[in-house]
Every structure is written in structure tokens, then in C-alpha cells.
Design a binder for this molecule. Sequence first.
Ligand code: GLU
Length: 399
Amino acid sequence: MEHHLSQRVQRIKPSATLALTARAKALAAEGKAVIALTAGEPEFETPMAIREFTIAELKKGGQVSRYTPAAGLIELRRAVAAKFKRDNALTYAPEQCIVSCGAKHSIFNALAALVEDGDEVLIPAPYWVSYPEMCAFLGAKPVILDTSRTGMVLTPEALRAAITPRTRVLLVNTPGNPTGAVWSEQQQRALAHALEGTGVYVLSDEIYEKLCYDGKHFSFAACSQDAFERTVTINGGAKAFAMTGWRVGYAAGPRPVIDAMIALQSHSTSNPATVSQMATIKALEKDPAELPEWRACYLRRRDAFLAALNALPGVTCAKPGGAFYVFPDIRGWLGKRHGETLLNTDTDVCDALLAKSLVATVPGCEFGAPGFLRISYALSDRDVAEAIKRIREFAAALR
Ligand code: GLU
């Protein structure tokens, strides 16, 4: 039987990061010793204090068994407002905050609230896989702004040159996925200045905020009053608190935009799982005690990958200031062979690395940067060491 799918859904394809992670997990389930450098997912457990608090709430029953308002528990919206004040010097009323089913969901809701068919959304590249796909689904036009020649940072000149009467939104993601680039306060202020008087909104995805190693995190909305009034700031528990599975993200911004996001959420998902909201109230009290230790682990793993990758012929890898990805340029490998397999593209390299060495990565083309690979180092020292060994052996076999 032929199924008629909407034009809208036919414009998108499944998330490459999630698809490749699922492929790696399926191979592991078959008993293959695969190392997944695919998903941006901490290998740590959610801190015990958060889990214990949640268990107690579950035992108490009552609220935990029930719906909450579509925008989330008011206690959690208050905790979100307090977090933005404490960490980012941003003053939002709890009514300006919405809790969603992950930061991805917050971004989708915000875009859906802002863009019309044919509107342009400026996306600095390399970008996270889901930004252009969300735009395509919503009928907006992703306008990709290459930053690879300016140190993975969008310059005010490039921003100004890209703005047209149809430009509605600029996506900002610092620390960034997949490059780990951290945009400084000064660089963001220059962008905010360039946007003044244009009416362009900013979605500032700050999910990697707590994973900054070189440089300091700065929130776009803190650039100026003008920036504050036209920015939706997005964050969540997944990366900072090792809470990917709980699916809680949140956003704060201008009241009419947040109200529109709440209306949309009230008709689509309703509230995020109540139990996860409760866990997030606990999480947002303060940074996890484990965070310094986690950061030290990430830093060690980043540096191990950097040293190993930069020592390989045909590979160069810039030093990322944050997040937990390295993004090596492997163009020097293209055109070579591994055994009988010809490696013409980054996708060929990924496929071969998985097939021959059981190392799963994501090709740069999925992030708008063909010729690169994304490697997540959010996994144990042992797995990092083994992955490095296998990548070295793979590289040594290239002809
Ligand atoms: N954001 C993470 C990544 O890029 C999680 C997977 C996803 O949602 O794309 O790997």
C-alpha cells in the first residue's frame, strides 16, 4: 500500500547523531566490541542526590502521578529563573520560562513560534544536525554561514552581509556542537551590535554552558537590553547534570514568544514528565558536586584525542574550548584506500571506521562540514584509549 506522507515531513531525514548512535548500540547488542564516539551523551550517572530526591518524590506519590501545567511546575519555572539570574546575570520572571521535553524540544517550539513559510534562519556552520532540519520542517529557509575560515566564530561582517528583509532568527550555540568552539563575550557583543535595529531574533542554545575549559561562558541575552529583549535562551539538564534520559530542557525569553511556545506545547506534548521535572528542581539548586571532577575527565580525554589525532598524517584537529567533541579535519585521508575500500568522502571514512575498526563516529557533512569527523569523548578513559589505538591502526593501514 502506498502511504501519502506530508510534504513537510518528507523534507526531513532522521537525526544522524541519533541514527548512528542506534547503529552502534545495535552492533554492541550483537556482541561486537564497538566503541561509540557518536552521541553527545555523558557516560556518568545522574548525581545520586538527584536520584534519591526523585525516589522520595515517587514514594510520596500525589503530584508525581499527575499532569502539571503545560509550561511546567511553577516551582521549576522559579528554579529556572533563579538559575539564569545566578549563572548568567539574566533577570527573567518565572512566567518568562518554559520547561520542555529536552532542550531540542525548546528549540523546536521557539522556532515554530517565530518563523513563517519562507523566512530565513541564519545558522553558523559547522552546526548541530537538527537546526536546519527543524527549519526545513517548519517551511523556513536555513541560511548557512560558514565560519571555518574565521576560527569557527561568526563575524559581525558575515552576519551583516547575510541579513535580508526575510531574516527572522539567528542561531547561536556556544560552546558549540560539533566544534566545541566557545564564543567570547566580546565576539557576542559585536554580533548583538550588528543585530540592533534589524528585528532579528536570536535563539541562544547554551546546553554546553557548564563544559567550558578555555574561556568563559557568556549568554547572548546579557550583551545588551536590546539583545535581552529579542533572545530566547535555551538550556537543560542533559549535559551538565548527566541527565540526557530524563528529557528536560528549558527556555526563557520575551513573554509573547514564551506564551506562544506554551500554547504550542499545550497542544502537542503537554507537560514534560512530572517526575523528570521534580528531578530538575533538585538539579537546579546548585551545580553538581561532581562537576569539577567530570570537567577534569573531559579535559584529559579531549587532550588525549587532540594529541593522538594531530600526530596522524593527513589529519589536523583544532583545540575546542568547550563541550565534549573534537572535530578533526580528515581531508588528507580522502582518495585513499583501506584495503579494497576507497575513501572518497567523510561518510566513506565513517562507514569504514565502523566496519573495519568498530569505531563509530559522525561524518562532518551532517554538520555542514564535509571532510571532517565528529568524535564525542564523553566516554571512559579506557574506551578513549582503545578508540585512539583503533583509529591509529586504521590510519596506518591507509594507502
Ligand atoms: N545533542 C547530542 C548530539 O549531538 C545528542 C543527540 C542529538 O540529540 O542529536 O549528539
